[in-house]
Ligand binder design. Structure first.
Ligand SMILES: [Zn+2]
Length: 292
């Protein structure tokens, strides 16, 4: 870091959006859970290093998603009668069309998650192509035009925000700065997409996936349930929302599925909690925004 770099840091908040409006949830609900999944398959690994394509065991972590993880998650959601949003990379759809079709057939929402799962870093190449190719693949393979987008690795740039507005994306779900939906404000003051914020505590990868390239201790069910329930119960008291970020290559593993079943069963027993898709939550926001 040199002086010029320090002097280039703006003396304003990076996010110009005002505090989230206190719009009510649809009756009888008083809080919400955005039930969402990120389907990266092997693109989770090749996005960091294309050379992983030849490391067959590293690739096999992603392959679990199509072979076991996603079918098991779909089965669980069907048993519980829940609908969610699956943010899926274009690569995963091209490589595993049957898996992607099964998600659509089960009535879940499909969201945009890039093509090769490349991290939207300032100045990163191929970002425009990631968005366009993602749209093209979802349309060609699934007949879907997504309205929601989640950034791979949860990173964002102003250029990406502008690109998404240009392509008609209604909502994004990547920022960590709120517990209620809000509308982005672009740097030029024009409106951006609606944000459905996330928190790292509901990212299953953090507690449940360990590999050679991403080593960490795995947390037992009781620890994760305690985190997830505490966050959910406090958010319900606040009248706010939680967003899950669940990966079939993690939550589709046997003991993680058992954890998720227990958590979602608990959540379903909360009569005040609206468990739903991003499209539905963004739709409620739009409805309230127009009425206001
Ligand atoms: Zn992802």
């Amino acid at each position: 870091m040199n002086r010029a770099a320090l002097d280039s840091i703006p003396l304003t908040p990076a996010n110009l959006a005002p505090p989230a409006p206190d719009y009510p949830w649809p009756a009888p609900y008083r809080s919400a859970m955005f039930l969402s999944f990120d389907v990266d398959a092997e693109s989770a690994w090749t996005s960091k290093d294309a050379g992983h394509a030849e490391r067959l065991v590293t690739m096999s972590y992603g392959a679990y998603e199509a072979r076991v993880g996603t079918p098991k998650l779909l089965e669980l959601l069907d048993q519980l009668g829940l609908k969610g949003t699956f943010f899926i990379t274009g690569w995963a759809v091209d490589a595993y069309p049957a898996m992607a079709e099964a998600i659509v057939r089960a009535g879940h929402e499909i969201g945009h998650h890039g093509y090769h799962h490349l991290m939207p870093d300032p100045g990163a190449p191929f970002m425009e192509e990631e968005i366009e190719r993602g749209f093209e693949t979802l349309k060609r393979r699934l007949g879907v035009v997504p309205t929601g987008y989640r950034a791979p690795y949860g990173e964002f740039t102003e250029g990406l925000r502008r690109t998404l507005v240009k392509h008609g994306i209604v909502y994004t779900s990547s920022f960590r700065d709120d517990v209620r939906p809000y509308r982005h404000v672009l740097r030029d003051g024009t409106p951006g997409p609606i944000e459905l914020p996330v928190t790292a505590s509901y990212d299953d990868w953090m507690h449940g996936l360990s590999t050679r390239f991403s080593p960490r201790s795995i947390f037992p069910k009781e620890h994760v349930l305690s985190l997830w329930k505490d966050e959910l119960d406090e958010v319900r008291d606040w009248g706010a929302m939680v967003t899950t970020v669940l990966h079939p290559q993690c939550s589709g593993r046997p003991m993680r599925l058992r954890l998720l079943r227990e958590f979602l069963t608990y959540a379903k027993e909360c009569p005040d909690l609206w468990i739903t898709t991003g499209e539905a939550i963004a739709g409620n926001f739009l409805h309230q925004e127009r009425a206001a």
